[in-house]
Design a protein around this ligand. Structure first.
Ligand code: HEM
Length: 448
């Protein structure tokens, strides 16, 4: 970072400064003309040339800085991250309206340089248009076939929990860091759905792959990667970028090996998991001479996306759950009492959830307070749009700020406390809350 910082202060020559000023004046004139023509742009703090509002934002907790700015500029405002304009949507009403009623307009993914280098527009997480729709539709229907979100995954989860418990038992009730073992357990459940089998926690091919993916999630959210996304040329000097590239290349090679193994033993009448389904579809498309979407690159990226998007998110949420139960023993006691009363000593199943309103409320409240994707993933406008009276140009980066929804003071009685009653009615029955949006809403386009 020292190199980066010194570069930011590098003396700029008079000619370069003159050219920059000219560009700035032209930019100002063109944006003024546009806003007069199309409607007013969202308000926001005055940007400096090139640096935009960077000097007044805390890049390590950008979501907090953005919440602070909304107190001055309202629920739809703009900030400049360097030269890049970003429109921020704040609060449940605004975020929901944008992602549901204006799903087409706000539904594209902004593929930042840090992610473009990994995905190149393939897979689901960082792709757009027809490729995104096709991959997303295929993943949703096939993951469901292999039990995702349904009772089919229950057996896999119950099996994995026994292994995880075995890992915890090794510490003989002494304090320990649960991060790795929880991540291995979550990743194994995804593995059973994606590859059709789990791995041993002692298998270095597996553990190293999970550790590298999690390091990538952590480094992707760092301030230096944020700077790289704003000033892509900084990538040349950033260690974080090298770490992410190296980790992904190693994981990619490992995923290729696993896919080749599955390809060699593929039986179209006995699909073991998501990869088999993809390979079978790929074969049938190739026989028809179609190679547009069902190719190796989309398979690799989609598999990589499912592990990256599913492991760290679920693992972190589970660890928040453990931490909150330790912090609030009286709430833990009430959960335990409900489980003992309703289930007794047998293995819990998903079906029991309906009869466990307090436990269900605690799980939802954990996800709300944990707020693990506070900035959401960046969206982008797919066309010019006038939203709540503000004109937002096609191709503008949009941040639907999830933290402002999950902690919206007009929606939650105690936004910053752990308060399971947020999800309970006066009779102690579980209630769904509209402002519970930890997963955001990029789903809606798929129902078309
Ligand atoms: C507690 C768990 C999880 C949380 C909080 C979470 C949250 C999110 C959020 C906020 C997004 C961005 C949505 C948007 O752009 O509007 C997202 C996207 C995504 N998540 Fe999750 N997620 C979780 C678990 C999972 C799991 C288990 C999987 C799959 C194994 C998964 C797969 C995906 C995929 C594929 C996307 C990209 C969707 C798209 O761009 O169309 N997530 N998730």
């Amino acid at each position: 970072m020292a190199v980066v910082e010194s570069l930011l202060y590098f003396p700029i020559t008079g000619t370069l400064l003159g050219a920059l000023l000219l560009l700035l004046v032209l930019y100002r004139l063109s944006s003024k003309y546009k806003s007069q023509k199309e409607g007013k742009e969202p308000l926001g703090p005055k940007p400096l040339p090139l640096l935009g509002n960077l000097l007044t934002l805390d890049l390590t907790r950008l979501f907090d800085s953005l919440c602070e700015l909304s107190k001055t500029y309202g629920n739809i405002f703009q900030v400049f991250l360097g030269p890049k304009k970003v429109v921020v949507l704040v609060g449940h009403k605004t975020v929901k309206e944008a992602l549901v009623n204006y799903a087409d307009e706000f539904g594209e993914r902004d593929i930042t340089p840090g992610f473009r280098m990994l995905n190149d527009g393939h897979g689901i997480l960082f792709s757009n248009g027809e490729n995104w729709k096709e991959m997303r539709r295929f993943a949703l229907s096939n993951l469901r076939d292999f039990g995702m979100g349904k009772r089919g995954s229950e057996e896999k989860i119950i099996e994995e929990i026994q292994y995880l418990k075995g890992e915890f038992d090794k510490f003989e009730e002494k304090p320990f860091d649960t991060t790795q073992s929880v991540n291995y357990a979550v990743s194994n459940i995804i593995s059973s759905i994606v590859y059709g089998s789990r791995f041993e926690y002692t298998d270095p091919r597996f553990t190293e792959m999970v550790d590298r993916a999690n390091e990538n999630v952590r480094v992707s959210g760092s301030a230096s990667m944020m700077l790289h996304n704003i000033f892509p040329w900084l990538g040349l000097f950033l260690n974080s970028k090298r770490i992410i590239e190296r980790n992904w290349l190693k994981n990619r090679a490992q995923i290729v090996k696993l896919i080749v193994g599955l390809q060699e033993t593929l039986n179209p009448h006995d699909r073991r998991g998501f990869v088999d389904s993809f390979l079978i579809r790929k074969q049938s498309e190739e026989q028809l001479g179609k190679r547009e979407y069902f190719h190796q690159e989309n398979l690799l990226m989609t598999v990589g996306n499912l592990f990256v998007a599913g492991t760290d998110t679920t693992g972190t949420t589970l660890r928040w759950g453990l931490m909150l139960m330790a912090k609030y023993p009286h709430i833990q006691d009430r959960v335990q009492e409900e489980i003992d009363r309703v289930i007794g000593g047998r293995q819990p199943v998903v079906e029991d959830r309906k009869k466990l309103p307090y436990t269900d409320a605690v799980i939802h409240e954990t996800q709300r307070l944990a707020n693990i994707v506070p900035m959401n993933l960046p969206h982008m406008t797919s066309c010019d749009v006038t939203f709540n009276g503000y004109f937002i140009e096609k191709g503008t980066t949009v941040v639907p700020l999830l933290t402002s929804v999950l902690k919206d003071p007009s929606e939650w009685e105690k936004p910053n406390s752990f308060y399971p009653e947020h999800f309970l009615d006066e009779k102690g029955q579980f209630i769904k809350r509209d402002a519970f949006m930890p997963f955001s809403h990029r789903l809606t386009l798929l129902s078309l």
